[in-house]
Design a binder for this molecule. Structure first.
Ligand SMILES: [Fe+2]
Ligand SMILES: [Fe+2]
Length: 227
């Protein structure tokens, strides 16, 4: 009976985490849809806009998958209302704001989340969670690529070093969504990593992928040094 009770409370805790992810996926879908329109409106290559549309569809699929896990673990939890943020300072031009969005979402958030999902995938024991994490991780790689591809395209036309002053804020925003809340128990088997495992994945990916990636475009990343 005691074991059964523990399992129930673990499932209840995991359900809340997956519900939080369901909301994040819904918000990402809105942001990628907007990005696709902005890319089309500002003369970016059709391939980039196409990647953004595809990413929005993927995020909707991820949200459905997250919801299936919520229902499996605690069907009483209703979805949270998505609240997509408006990314970037208001004074940016439309094209620069689209670039800001691509870089924040693709180069920072999706790059980190790919790394975190790969760590997660290796510790999951629940079959349903494993399937979901595997499928989401595969798509997030493509979303990260959209960011890096947009950055490469923009950098060929004009300097992108103005992004330097924003990368610290982008990382902070990504961490706010990726890091597990304080007090959430560690449930690796159900796709809930401990904070320090997430922090380690973030640190390694920042050092090995994000900092060198930005350095190629003369984007200053000293603000990322204190992760
Ligand atoms: Fe996603
Ligand atoms: Fe994504």
């Amino acid at each position: 009976v005691l074991l059964e009770h523990q399992l129930l409370s673990e499932h209840a805790a995991a359900a809340r985490v997956w519900r939080h992810r369901e909301r994040i996926e819904r918000e990402a879908a809105v942001l990628f849809d907007e990005l696709a329109s902005e890319l089309a409106a500002t003369g970016a290559p059709a391939a980039l806009a196409g990647l953004a549309r595809r990413a929005a569809d993927d995020e909707r699929d991820h949200a459905v998958r997250c919801r299936a896990l919520v229902d499996a673990f605690d069907a009483s939890l209703a979805p949270l209302e998505p609240r997509p943020p408006r990314l970037g300072p208001p004074e940016l031009s439309r094209a620069d704001r689209a670039l800001y969005t691509s870089v924040a979402m693709g180069c920072v958030t999706e790059t980190l989340s790919t790394a975190i999902l790969i760590v997660m995938r290796d510790s999951v024991t629940d079959e349903r969670v494993r399937e979901t994490v595997h499928s989401i991780a595969r798509d997030e790689v493509a979303h990260a690529r959209l960011g890096w591809a947009h950055l490469a395209f923009a950098a060929e036309r004009s300097p992108v070093a103005w992004l330097s002053e924003h990368v610290g804020g982008m990382l902070a925003a990504a961490l706010a969504t990726e890091l597990p809340e304080q007090g959430v128990p560690r449930l690796d088997g159900l796709g809930v990593l401990s904070r320090d495992r997430v922090e380690r994945a973030v640190r390694e990916t920042t050092e090995r992928v994000i900092v060198p990636g930005f350095a190629r475009y003369a984007i200053e990343t000293s603000a990322l040094g204190h992760v």
